[in-house]
Ligand binder design. Structure first.
Ligand SMILES: Nc1ncnc2c1ncn2[C@@H]1O[C@H](COP(=O)(O)OP(=O)(O)OP(=O)(O)O)[C@@H](O)[C@H]1O
Length: 319
Protein backbone atom coordinates (compact mmCIF):
# COMPACT_ATOMS: atom_id res chain seq x y z
CA UNK A 1 0.00 0.00 0.00
CA UNK A 2 1.41 3.37 -0.99
CA UNK A 3 0.92 6.31 1.35
CA UNK A 4 -0.36 6.21 4.89
CA UNK A 5 -2.68 3.43 6.07
CA UNK A 6 -4.92 6.00 7.72
CA UNK A 7 -5.12 9.71 7.19
CA UNK A 8 -7.59 12.07 8.81
CA UNK A 9 -7.75 15.75 7.86
CA UNK A 10 -9.75 18.07 10.05
CA UNK A 11 -12.30 15.48 11.13
CA UNK A 12 -15.03 17.12 13.18
CA UNK A 13 -18.06 15.29 14.49
CA UNK A 14 -20.89 17.08 16.23
CA UNK A 15 -23.88 15.46 17.87
CA UNK A 16 -26.26 18.42 18.17
CA UNK A 17 -24.31 20.97 20.24
CA UNK A 18 -21.86 18.38 21.48
CA UNK A 19 -18.49 18.43 19.70
CA UNK A 20 -17.23 14.85 19.93
CA UNK A 21 -14.29 15.39 17.54
CA UNK A 22 -12.76 18.79 16.98
CA UNK A 23 -10.73 19.02 13.74
CA UNK A 24 -8.67 15.88 14.28
CA UNK A 25 -5.65 15.38 12.01
CA UNK A 26 -3.72 12.17 12.14
CA UNK A 27 -1.65 9.87 10.02
CA UNK A 28 -0.95 6.21 10.68
CA UNK A 29 1.84 4.59 8.66
CA UNK A 30 1.44 1.21 7.01
CA UNK A 31 2.64 -1.53 9.36
CA UNK A 32 2.37 0.62 12.45
CA UNK A 33 0.49 -0.04 15.69
CA UNK A 34 -1.11 3.27 16.58
CA UNK A 35 -2.51 3.55 20.09
CA UNK A 36 -5.35 5.99 20.47
CA UNK A 37 -5.52 6.81 24.13
CA UNK A 38 -7.92 8.95 26.13
CA UNK A 39 -10.36 8.96 29.02
CA UNK A 40 -14.03 8.00 28.76
CA UNK A 41 -15.97 10.27 26.43
CA UNK A 42 -12.84 11.78 24.82
CA UNK A 43 -13.92 10.80 21.31
CA UNK A 44 -12.06 7.55 20.70
CA UNK A 45 -15.03 5.45 19.59
CA UNK A 46 -16.38 8.28 17.48
CA UNK A 47 -13.16 8.59 15.46
CA UNK A 48 -12.94 4.81 15.10
CA UNK A 49 -16.49 4.71 13.77
CA UNK A 50 -15.76 7.50 11.29
CA UNK A 51 -12.64 5.71 10.02
CA UNK A 52 -14.55 2.43 9.72
CA UNK A 53 -17.24 4.14 7.59
CA UNK A 54 -19.88 3.54 10.27
CA UNK A 55 -20.42 7.22 11.00
CA UNK A 56 -20.24 10.23 8.67
CA UNK A 57 -18.10 13.11 9.93
CA UNK A 58 -19.69 16.56 10.13
CA UNK A 59 -16.57 18.05 8.52
CA UNK A 60 -13.23 16.86 7.24
CA UNK A 61 -11.93 14.04 5.15
CA UNK A 62 -10.35 10.68 5.88
CA UNK A 63 -8.76 7.92 3.86
CA UNK A 64 -8.17 4.37 5.04
CA UNK A 65 -6.07 1.90 3.02
CA UNK A 66 -5.92 4.55 0.32
CA UNK A 67 -9.68 5.03 -0.05
CA UNK A 68 -11.96 7.84 1.01
CA UNK A 69 -14.25 6.75 3.87
CA UNK A 70 -17.07 8.94 2.63
CA UNK A 71 -16.85 8.44 -1.14
CA UNK A 72 -15.63 4.83 -1.30
CA UNK A 73 -16.97 3.12 1.81
CA UNK A 74 -17.16 -0.33 0.20
CA UNK A 75 -13.52 -0.22 -0.90
CA UNK A 76 -12.58 0.76 2.65
CA UNK A 77 -14.71 -1.99 4.24
CA UNK A 78 -13.11 -4.69 2.09
CA UNK A 79 -9.67 -3.65 3.34
CA UNK A 80 -10.31 -3.24 7.03
CA UNK A 81 -11.09 -5.54 9.93
CA UNK A 82 -13.12 -4.16 12.79
CA UNK A 83 -13.53 -5.48 16.33
CA UNK A 84 -15.66 -3.03 18.24
CA UNK A 85 -16.45 -2.97 21.95
CA UNK A 86 -19.77 -4.75 21.70
CA UNK A 87 -19.29 -7.98 19.83
CA UNK A 88 -22.67 -9.13 18.52
CA UNK A 89 -22.15 -12.86 18.11
CA UNK A 90 -24.92 -15.36 17.54
CA UNK A 91 -24.86 -17.62 20.62
CA UNK A 92 -26.45 -20.58 18.88
CA UNK A 93 -23.71 -21.00 16.27
CA UNK A 94 -20.25 -22.41 16.71
CA UNK A 95 -17.15 -20.32 16.17
CA UNK A 96 -16.34 -22.16 12.94
CA UNK A 97 -19.85 -21.61 11.60
CA UNK A 98 -19.62 -17.88 12.25
CA UNK A 99 -16.18 -17.64 10.67
CA UNK A 100 -17.36 -19.50 7.55
CA UNK A 101 -20.34 -17.19 7.30
CA UNK A 102 -18.01 -14.22 7.55
CA UNK A 103 -15.79 -15.74 4.83
CA UNK A 104 -18.81 -16.06 2.52
CA UNK A 105 -19.81 -12.51 3.33
CA UNK A 106 -16.43 -11.34 2.02
CA UNK A 107 -16.75 -13.54 -1.07
CA UNK A 108 -14.06 -16.07 -0.12
CA UNK A 109 -14.29 -19.60 -1.55
CA UNK A 110 -14.60 -22.50 0.86
CA UNK A 111 -10.95 -23.43 0.24
CA UNK A 112 -9.83 -19.86 0.93
CA UNK A 113 -11.88 -19.73 4.12
CA UNK A 114 -10.43 -23.09 5.26
CA UNK A 115 -6.92 -21.77 4.67
CA UNK A 116 -7.72 -18.61 6.64
CA UNK A 117 -9.19 -20.64 9.48
CA UNK A 118 -6.04 -22.68 9.82
CA UNK A 119 -3.92 -19.50 9.74
CA UNK A 120 -6.14 -17.90 12.35
CA UNK A 121 -5.98 -20.92 14.65
CA UNK A 122 -2.23 -20.41 14.68
CA UNK A 123 -2.39 -16.65 15.23
CA UNK A 124 -5.19 -16.54 17.75
CA UNK A 125 -5.34 -18.82 20.74
CA UNK A 126 -8.87 -20.04 20.25
CA UNK A 127 -8.18 -23.65 19.31
CA UNK A 128 -10.73 -26.23 20.36
CA UNK A 129 -13.35 -23.67 21.34
CA UNK A 130 -14.04 -22.94 17.68
CA UNK A 131 -16.14 -26.09 17.43
CA UNK A 132 -18.23 -25.21 20.48
CA UNK A 133 -21.33 -23.07 20.47
CA UNK A 134 -20.65 -19.41 21.23
CA UNK A 135 -23.07 -19.59 24.19
CA UNK A 136 -20.39 -21.57 26.06
CA UNK A 137 -17.63 -18.99 25.53
CA UNK A 138 -16.00 -16.92 28.26
CA UNK A 139 -15.63 -13.14 27.80
CA UNK A 140 -12.03 -13.56 26.63
CA UNK A 141 -13.00 -16.29 24.18
CA UNK A 142 -15.74 -14.10 22.67
CA UNK A 143 -13.20 -11.33 22.13
CA UNK A 144 -10.92 -13.80 20.41
CA UNK A 145 -13.68 -15.00 18.12
CA UNK A 146 -14.63 -11.44 17.35
CA UNK A 147 -10.99 -10.71 16.52
CA UNK A 148 -10.84 -13.80 14.30
CA UNK A 149 -14.02 -12.64 12.53
CA UNK A 150 -12.39 -9.29 11.86
CA UNK A 151 -9.43 -11.09 10.28
CA UNK A 152 -11.08 -13.66 8.01
CA UNK A 153 -10.57 -11.58 4.86
CA UNK A 154 -6.97 -10.73 5.75
CA UNK A 155 -7.48 -6.97 6.08
CA UNK A 156 -4.71 -4.41 5.61
CA UNK A 157 -5.83 -2.34 8.56
CA UNK A 158 -7.26 -3.68 11.79
CA UNK A 159 -9.36 -1.49 14.07
CA UNK A 160 -9.59 -2.59 17.67
CA UNK A 161 -11.82 -0.56 19.95
CA UNK A 162 -10.80 -1.13 23.57
CA UNK A 163 -9.97 -4.78 22.92
CA UNK A 164 -9.21 -5.65 26.53
CA UNK A 165 -11.75 -3.60 28.49
CA UNK A 166 -13.39 -5.93 30.99
CA UNK A 167 -10.85 -8.73 30.53
CA UNK A 168 -8.84 -10.20 33.38
CA UNK A 169 -5.08 -9.48 33.37
CA UNK A 170 -4.12 -12.88 31.94
CA UNK A 171 -6.55 -12.59 28.99
CA UNK A 172 -5.38 -9.04 28.48
CA UNK A 173 -1.77 -10.11 28.06
CA UNK A 174 -2.88 -12.89 25.68
CA UNK A 175 -4.70 -10.35 23.49
CA UNK A 176 -1.58 -8.15 23.48
CA UNK A 177 0.50 -11.06 22.26
CA UNK A 178 -1.96 -11.75 19.48
CA UNK A 179 -2.02 -8.15 18.35
CA UNK A 180 1.76 -8.11 18.29
CA UNK A 181 1.88 -11.33 16.30
CA UNK A 182 -0.56 -10.00 13.69
CA UNK A 183 1.56 -6.93 13.33
CA UNK A 184 4.91 -8.76 13.27
CA UNK A 185 3.99 -11.70 11.07
CA UNK A 186 1.51 -10.13 8.68
CA UNK A 187 2.68 -6.53 8.81
CA UNK A 188 -0.89 -5.54 9.58
CA UNK A 189 -1.52 -1.92 10.51
CA UNK A 190 -3.38 -1.73 13.81
CA UNK A 191 -5.42 1.21 15.07
CA UNK A 192 -6.11 0.47 18.68
CA UNK A 193 -8.18 2.60 21.01
CA UNK A 194 -7.67 2.12 24.68
CA UNK A 195 -8.15 3.76 28.01
CA UNK A 196 -5.39 1.63 29.52
CA UNK A 197 -2.11 3.49 29.61
CA UNK A 198 -0.17 0.31 30.03
CA UNK A 199 -1.76 -1.16 26.91
CA UNK A 200 -0.79 1.80 24.76
CA UNK A 201 2.68 1.81 26.28
CA UNK A 202 3.14 -1.90 25.73
CA UNK A 203 1.83 -2.21 22.18
CA UNK A 204 1.91 1.04 20.30
CA UNK A 205 4.72 2.27 18.06
CA UNK A 206 3.11 5.67 18.38
CA UNK A 207 0.41 7.01 20.63
CA UNK A 208 -2.10 9.77 20.01
CA UNK A 209 -3.64 11.14 23.17
CA UNK A 210 -7.13 12.59 22.80
CA UNK A 211 -8.98 14.79 25.26
CA UNK A 212 -12.21 16.65 24.63
CA UNK A 213 -12.21 15.70 20.95
CA UNK A 214 -8.70 17.07 20.26
CA UNK A 215 -5.37 15.31 19.92
CA UNK A 216 -3.28 16.84 22.68
CA UNK A 217 -0.06 14.83 22.31
CA UNK A 218 1.37 12.37 19.83
CA UNK A 219 4.55 10.34 19.47
CA UNK A 220 6.31 7.13 20.45
CA UNK A 221 5.49 6.33 24.12
CA UNK A 222 9.13 6.50 25.23
CA UNK A 223 9.59 9.90 23.60
CA UNK A 224 6.40 11.30 25.13
CA UNK A 225 7.46 10.12 28.57
CA UNK A 226 10.98 11.48 28.13
CA UNK A 227 9.48 14.88 27.36
CA UNK A 228 8.28 14.97 30.98
CA UNK A 229 11.74 14.27 32.44
CA UNK A 230 13.74 11.15 33.10
CA UNK A 231 12.57 10.62 36.68
CA UNK A 232 9.83 11.99 38.87
CA UNK A 233 10.13 12.69 42.58
CA UNK A 234 6.75 12.44 44.28
CA UNK A 235 6.31 14.23 47.58
CA UNK A 236 3.18 13.87 49.72
CA UNK A 237 2.88 16.46 52.48
CA UNK A 238 0.55 17.40 55.33
CA UNK A 239 -2.39 19.64 54.41
CA UNK A 240 -0.95 23.09 55.12
CA UNK A 241 2.58 22.30 53.93
CA UNK A 242 1.95 22.42 50.19
CA UNK A 243 3.15 26.01 49.73
CA UNK A 244 6.26 25.43 51.81
CA UNK A 245 7.05 22.29 49.86
CA UNK A 246 6.57 24.08 46.57
CA UNK A 247 8.95 26.90 47.57
CA UNK A 248 11.54 24.40 48.73
CA UNK A 249 11.33 22.22 45.63
CA UNK A 250 11.49 25.31 43.41
CA UNK A 251 14.90 26.08 44.87
CA UNK A 252 16.31 22.58 44.29
CA UNK A 253 19.00 22.43 41.61
CA UNK A 254 17.90 20.67 38.42
CA UNK A 255 14.22 20.39 39.38
CA UNK A 256 11.72 20.91 36.57
CA UNK A 257 8.23 22.37 36.67
CA UNK A 258 6.35 21.25 39.76
CA UNK A 259 2.89 19.73 39.39
CA UNK A 260 0.57 19.96 42.36
CA UNK A 261 -2.46 17.70 42.87
CA UNK A 262 -4.01 18.21 46.29
CA UNK A 263 -1.26 17.49 48.81
CA UNK A 264 0.94 15.70 46.28
CA UNK A 265 3.77 17.47 44.50
CA UNK A 266 5.50 15.86 41.55
CA UNK A 267 8.86 17.16 40.35
CA UNK A 268 10.68 16.05 37.21
CA UNK A 269 14.42 15.61 37.71
CA UNK A 270 17.22 14.43 35.45
CA UNK A 271 18.77 11.94 37.84
CA UNK A 272 16.32 10.65 40.42
CA UNK A 273 18.73 8.69 42.57
CA UNK A 274 21.01 11.69 42.89
CA UNK A 275 18.23 14.21 43.54
CA UNK A 276 16.33 12.30 46.18
CA UNK A 277 18.55 12.96 49.16
CA UNK A 278 19.14 16.72 48.52
CA UNK A 279 15.35 17.05 48.19
CA UNK A 280 14.77 15.16 51.46
CA UNK A 281 17.34 17.33 53.24
CA UNK A 282 15.91 20.59 51.84
CA UNK A 283 12.37 19.65 52.85
CA UNK A 284 13.50 18.69 56.32
CA UNK A 285 15.49 21.93 56.77
CA UNK A 286 12.40 23.90 55.69
CA UNK A 287 10.34 21.95 58.30
CA UNK A 288 7.96 20.65 55.64
CA UNK A 289 5.90 17.75 57.07
CA UNK A 290 6.41 15.02 54.47
CA UNK A 291 4.18 11.92 54.64
CA UNK A 292 5.76 10.13 51.71
CA UNK A 293 8.70 10.65 49.39
CA UNK A 294 9.11 8.42 46.35
CA UNK A 295 10.86 8.14 43.03
CA UNK A 296 9.21 6.82 39.88
CA UNK A 297 9.42 6.83 36.11
CA UNK A 298 7.05 9.04 34.09
CA UNK A 299 3.99 7.28 32.60
CA UNK A 300 1.69 8.24 29.75
CA UNK A 301 -0.70 9.44 32.45
CA UNK A 302 1.92 12.04 33.43
CA UNK A 303 2.08 13.11 29.79
CA UNK A 304 -1.70 13.45 29.79
CA UNK A 305 -1.61 15.37 33.05
CA UNK A 306 1.10 17.63 31.71
CA UNK A 307 -1.04 18.70 28.74
CA UNK A 308 -4.54 18.65 30.25
CA UNK A 309 -4.06 19.12 34.01
CA UNK A 310 -6.14 15.98 34.52
CA UNK A 311 -5.53 12.28 34.91
CA UNK A 312 -6.87 9.56 32.68
CA UNK A 313 -9.20 7.73 35.02
CA UNK A 314 -8.89 4.07 34.33
CA UNK A 315 -11.94 1.87 34.46
CA UNK A 316 -12.06 -0.63 37.32
CA UNK A 317 -10.68 -4.01 36.36
CA UNK A 318 -13.23 -6.77 36.62
CA UNK A 319 -10.58 -9.20 37.80
N1 LIG B 1 -24.67 9.19 19.16
C1 LIG B 1 -24.30 10.16 19.99
N2 LIG B 1 -25.13 11.18 20.33
C2 LIG B 1 -24.75 12.16 21.14
N3 LIG B 1 -23.54 12.24 21.72
C3 LIG B 1 -22.66 11.26 21.46
C4 LIG B 1 -22.99 10.16 20.58
N4 LIG B 1 -21.92 9.34 20.51
C5 LIG B 1 -20.97 9.90 21.29
N5 LIG B 1 -21.40 11.03 21.85
C6 LIG B 1 -20.64 11.93 22.74
O1 LIG B 1 -19.42 12.24 22.10
C7 LIG B 1 -18.34 12.24 23.03
C8 LIG B 1 -17.27 11.27 22.58
O2 LIG B 1 -17.75 9.94 22.74
P1 LIG B 1 -16.92 8.64 22.41
O3 LIG B 1 -17.81 7.47 22.62
O4 LIG B 1 -16.28 8.79 21.09
O5 LIG B 1 -15.81 8.67 23.53
P2 LIG B 1 -14.78 7.54 23.90
O6 LIG B 1 -13.48 8.24 24.06
O7 LIG B 1 -14.85 6.43 22.95
O8 LIG B 1 -15.28 7.08 25.32
P3 LIG B 1 -15.61 5.61 25.84
O9 LIG B 1 -14.33 5.06 26.29
O10 LIG B 1 -16.55 5.91 26.96
O11 LIG B 1 -16.26 4.86 24.71
C9 LIG B 1 -18.94 11.89 24.38
O12 LIG B 1 -19.18 13.10 25.08
C10 LIG B 1 -20.24 11.22 24.03
O13 LIG B 1 -21.20 11.43 25.05
Amino acid sequence: MDGPAIRADGITKRFGDKVALDAVDLEVHAGEIYGFLGPNGAGKSTLTRVLCTLLAPTEGRATVAGHDVDKEPTAVRLRIGVALQEAALDDKQTGVELLRLQGRFYGLTKAETDQRLSDLRRLIDIGDALDQRVATYSGGMRRRLDLAMALVHNPQVLFLDEPTTGLDPVSRVAVWEEVRRLNDELGMTVFLTTQYLEEADELADRVGIIAGGKIVAEGPPAELKRSIGSDLVVVDVEDDHVDGARRTLDAVDGAGEIQVEGTRLTVPVEDGARSLSPIAVALSEASVQVTELALRRPTLDDVFFDVTGQRIVEQEDVS
